[in-house]
Ligand binder design. Structure first.
Ligand SMILES: Nc1ncnc2c1ncn2[C@@H]1O[C@H](COP(=O)(O)OP(=O)(O)OP(=O)(O)O)[C@@H](O)[C@H]1O
Length: 254
């Protein structure tokens, strides 16, 4: 099967007032349609930069980047994004927030409204469509942000530390939910996370990046079924995978 996302020899250097910052170096990476991929790496290694390039929010300096065979250009990203903060519009209700990617382009149709309602049903937020964001918990707001990212049926769902600000229990249950949403929608997902166990729980493939300039230093295929439950966290194979990834981040003192 041909890849949906193809990055080849990707480089990114930011020109700053105090000199160049080499953020990404020779990144080669393919993602198949429908796949769930996670990217882990030390702080500042260029993970968000990579996601911004995929989203068409940032240009790359060299190499090639394409989605569906089309070169990614800034401003044309066919993606949905979820950030650490839900960034919902406080004066709009949840239904209007979910419809935002569509209503920015055109007047939402009844089909669009039905799509938003279906996503809210899928994430157990059906009864909250008329509520304002502040009336929802942090976890519920992130679920609404995921609905908003999916409403325009993007080719790619990009998540940048989506649950980093939430408590551990909420985070676990949202991970189960993200696994279900991914299976039910068939979307292709890219997750950036600082949590190695979150990456192993959700992804089918994990790319480990080096310290800046970020390169891919390991690629791990996660052998579990597509459907994941929290029981997996106690599986010895789960522990073996997380410790293999952790070895990349161990500080060695010569
Ligand atoms: N707009 C920018 N202008 C200049 N330098 C930038 C810009 N954005 C990021 N950088 C630099 O590029 C490097 C990679 O940043 P990036 O945010 O992609 O890393 P990250 O891996 O996502 O970090 P973290 O895990 O801490 O969020 C850092 O050194 C950062 O300072």
């Amino acid at each position: 099967m041909s890849a949906l996302v193809e990055l080849s020899g990707l480089e990114k250097t930011y020109a700053t007032r105090t000199g160049d910052v080499h953020a990404l170096s020779a990144v080669d990476l393919d993602i198949s349609k429908g796949e769930f991929v996670a990217i882990v790496g030390p702080s500042g290694c260029g993970k968000t930069t990579l996601l911004k390039i995929l989203a068409g929010l940032e240009d790359h300096t060299a190499g090639t980047a394409s989605i569906g065979g089309h070169p990614i250009r800034t401003g044309n990203g066919d993606v949905g994004m979820v950030f650490q903060k839900a960034t919902l519009l406080p004066w709009q209700d949840i239904a209007a927030n979910v419809l935002l990617p569509l209503s920015l382009r055109r007047r939402p149709t009844s089909q669009d409204r039905e799509k938003a309602a279906a996503l809210l049903r899928m994430t157990d937020l059906e009864g909250f469509a008329r509520k304002r964001p502040h009336e929802l918990s942090g976890g519920m707001q992130q679920r609404a942000a995921i609905c908003r990212a999916l409403v325009h049926k993007p080719s790619l769902l990009l998540m940048d530390e989506p649950f980093g600000a939430l408590d551990a229990m909420t985070r676990d249950s949202l991970n189960v939910e993200v696994n279900r949403i991914w299976r039910e929608t068939g979307t292709t997902a890219v997750l950036i996370t600082h949590s190695i166990s979150e990456a192993v729980f959700l992804a089918e493939r994990i790319f480990v990046m080096s310290a800046r300039p970020g390169r891919i230093v390991d690629e791990i295929t996660v052998p579990f079924d597509r459907e994941r439950s929290l029981d997996l966290l106690g599986d010895p194979e789960f522990a073996a995978l997380t410790s293999r990834i952790r070895t990349h981040f161990e500080v060695t003192h010569a």
